[in-house]
Design a protein around this ligand. Structure first.
Ligand code: B16
Ligand code: MG
Length: 221
């Protein structure tokens, strides 16, 4: 049951919220981790969701108990991104997660401002492949921030660009780092996934199908 004030702005995370690219990040990191003789698990991967590319590599190195010099570190980042870009080559609008298109259409029709707040430096390419770029009045991605999630910068920049107070923004996230970022920014945080994966969120839904137009109507005016 949702009990809330009305919000005027929706800030969407990208990977794992609009499209299941989270599985491609996992595959690409698994390959890198194997080079350190470490088998990256799904549970490890939860720590990487929403986290920037270089912070993700730092987490993997600490799991694998390895250190790298700066040049080798950069070359692994490069290799991971090349592998990831190859994996997302075939992304099409049919890869939009269930209920996403209906949610975007509902918000657009209701004149709610829509922004993107993603840690990914590949966000523009993916939005383009999904053919949903035009829904977003502002796009804040990994290229636009100094501090990655769980720092609130990515969402605060989004709310500022849209000229909406943080408390009037709803953030949709699939990562614990993103939920912490949204709450640190003073926003309403909606987790998408299994409730046991999160803490500190305001609400949790398995996906956008469960967040039907009736519930969206309660969240937004
Ligand atoms: P890239 P999000 C995040 O995107 C991913 O969840 C995270 O796994 C990834 O490491 C990060 O983007 C950086 O992505 O390597 O493409 O710059 O969930 O914040 O949309
Ligand atoms: Mg995500």
């Amino acid at each position: 049951m949702i009990k809330t004030k009305k919000h005027h702005c929706a800030l969407f995370d990208l990977d794992g919220v609009l499209v299941d690219t989270a599985k491609y990040h996992f595959l690409a990191w698994k390959k890198i981790a194997a080079e350190f003789d470490y088998e990256l698990t799904e549970a490890d991967n939860e720590q990487l969701k929403g986290v920037s590319r270089s912070d993700s590599l730092k987490i993997i190195l600490s799991l694998a108990k390895k250190t790298l010099d700066e040049v080798t570190f950069e070359s692994f980042l490069h290799q991971k991104n090349n592998d990831y870009l190859n994996l997302i080559q075939e992304v099409t609008p049919s890869d939009l997660l269930v209920g996403v298109k209906r949610t975007l259409d509902f918000l657009k029709k209701s004149k709610i401002k829509i922004g993107l707040g993603s840690a990914s430096k590949n966000a523009l390419i993916i939005l383009d492949k999904l053919q949903i770029t035009s829904y977003f009045e502002t796009i804040v991605d990994g290229n636009a921030v100094q501090n990655g999630k769980p720092h609130p910068e990515v969402f605060l920049k989004g709310s500022k660009a849209l000229n909406v107070a943080p408390e009037d923004c709803v953030v949709f996230e699939d990562s614990q780092a993103g939920i912490i970022a949204a709450k640190a920014g003073g926003m309403t945080a909606i987790a998408l996934g299994r409730p046991e994966s999160f803490s500190k969120m305001d609400y949790c839904f398995p996906d956008f199908e469960a967040l039907d137009n009736e519930k969206l109507q309660i969240l937004f005016n």
